[in-house]
Write a protein that binds this ligand. Structure first.
Ligand code: KIV
Ligand code: NA
Length: 265
């Protein structure tokens, strides 16, 4: 099997072929998504509120995230694995960003890292790419800044669309190999996608991005309750698991499980 590498993603952009990206945080999902042909897997800081039980993406730490990154990289044969730098682990300075990214590459063994922020983070991106660490940017709505952005809301409406374009170009010039755009108007995402040489990856950013990313627990319906507008639910994993756990509980209580075929004599 041939590993996905960055030039492959640039070729897809040149050919106008859109590509999928999913989050993943453990062995089985990594194996399955790799087998399904998802070329890029993100160990997102969304593990904070999808694995670790925090209520936002802010609390998760590097020490919590790194074992998940390592589990995913151990489990894939083909996918390019991106490790997401958590809040507070890179914002202080380009030096801090590089120190954290080095841990992700050495201990997590991922193939690239992602960090949030536009033009103000160009120096951080440049420090990493110059040191040999590929960087995926993330602009528009950036969950680590949710308190500053006034909650989950679309970014780049009206005149602010120009800021999104400016941020994307700054990241590209700093050496980023791709840019995630979260919750920006489709028209703005389309403009950015046309202006950039590097691929854009959309989440709530319309159909014209080069790639599309979703959090797997959202798109497979493991997380219950109301989803944001940009999530499409492709399965109902929560229902499958709830039914299985309930049946198991009922069969144990009813002395139906284990049956003779599950026992040794
Ligand atoms: O952490 C995450 O899941 C992300 C994606 C939604 C892009 O950053
Ligand atoms: Na993230």
């Amino acid at each position: 099997v041939k590993r996905v590498r960055i030039p492959h993603l640039l070729e897809l952009k040149e050919r106008g072929e859109p590509w999928p990206m999913l989050t993943t945080y453990d062995m089985y999902t990594a194996e399955l998504f790799d087998e399904a042909g998802i070329p890029v897997l993100l160990v997102g800081d969304s593990a904070s509120n999808n694995v670790f039980g925090y209520d936002t993406s802010l609390p998760v730490t590097v020490d919590e995230l790194l074992p998940l990154v390592r589990a995913v990289t151990r489990s894939v044969k083909r996918a390019l694995v991106v490790g997401d730098l958590p809040f507070g682990s890179y914002q202080l300075s380009p030096e801090q960003a590089l120190a954290t990214a080095v841990r992700f590459m050495k201990e997590g063994r991922c193939h690239a890292v992602k960090l949030e922020g536009g033009k103000h983070f160009a120096p951080h991106v440049q420090a990493l790419t110059r040191a040999g660490v590929p960087v995926m940017g993330h602009i528009g709505f950036t969950p680590q800044s949710e308190h500053n952005l006034g909650g989950y809301r679309v970014q780049g409406r009206g005149d602010a669309g120009d800021d999104v374009v400016e941020d994307a170009i700054a990241l590209q010039e700093a050496g980023a190999f791709a840019v995630v755009m979260e919750m920006v108007p489709a028209e703005v995402a389309k403009r950015v996608t046309h202006e950039l040489r590097i691929p854009t990856v959309g989440i709530g950013a319309g159909p014209d991005c080069d790639g599309q990313v979703l959090v797997w627990q959202d798109m497979m319906g493991l997380r219950r309750g109301k989803s944001p507008r940009f999530v499409k639910r492709y399965a109902n994993v929560a229902d499958v698991m709830l039914t299985a756990a309930s049946e198991f509980a009922a069969e144990v209580r009813g002395r139906e499980f284990p049956a003779p075929e599950h026992s040794f004599h």
